[in-house]
Design a protein around this ligand. Sequence first.
Ligand code: SAM
Length: 307
Amino acid sequence: RSPSATEGTSDSGQPNKKVHTQVAEHYNARPDVGVEKRKESTIFRLKSFNNWLKSVLIGRYARPRDRVLDVGVGKGGDLLKWSKAKIQFFIGCDIASKSIEQARERYRTMRNPPFEAYFHAMDCYSEPISNVVPPEQVFDMVSMQFCLHYSFETETKARMMLHNVTSQLKPGGVFIGTIPDAYWIVKKLKSESDDGLQIGNSIYSIRFERRDSFEKFGAKYWFHLEDAIDDCPEYLVHFPTFQKLAEEYGLELIYNKKFHQVYEEASQELDFNQLLYRMNVISEDGNLSAEEWEAANIYLAFAFKKK
Ligand code: SAM
């Protein structure tokens, strides 16, 4: 481990630099409500399902003693999953400095985490990761959960994101993530109305400003998810463009599945099936509502291997 990684609690290479963007402000403003309050959420089952799905992805690809970089770590909601995967070293970065403080606190209060962890507030789509992580630090795995799509605002940001994902990932290392499925979103938009700009149900909405053409970068929509995301600007990730760009950075696609498909496959496996109950996706009182189930399928999960 590198000496400066042990310092770890600095917020960025440039101390006190404040990152003010709409996205950072949005996530900073969301409180960390804790386990009990989370159970009262109208989309408690959907949140549990998304957590279960990330556990499946981590369970499939993480190896004991892995060194992990989590880009867009948020409030550290995956720390327990990494703990269960028995990794040995963790760095989490996020543009929202309040979320980073909460992630740091969550790590501090974990019981016997098997790994060391360090957290940095930084714009991972505009600055190189080497601003906060020494270049000799190598990772076995990079994770980007529900956050990569913000980088598709511009090609420059998407390239910086991929530079940060790959520059310290070892050959053979794995990059996992979850993103909205642009193909599904646009297909639904076009099939549901002749000239409408919005799709959704009572728990989510995706609203475009135009629907005639969608650029490869900067294809903006406004996303609302009840009790989670309050009308935040997001960007479509055209998967073939993402895959082609990722190849330029030495990444080979090894997994790409819609959430429904991940569920159909993983729920057949005993361990992941039992986890559905332990994580409250399914219980005696019920399961996801039809509307939550539809919202779950907005997303897809992917994995790349570094050549
Ligand atoms: N990965 C976490 C999870 O699964 O719980 C958080 C997901 S949250 C939906 C999206 C995260 O992406 C937010 O914490 C947000 O601050 C972060 N994010 C957005 N733009 C970013 C950027 N330019 N650099 C770093 N993080 C960013």
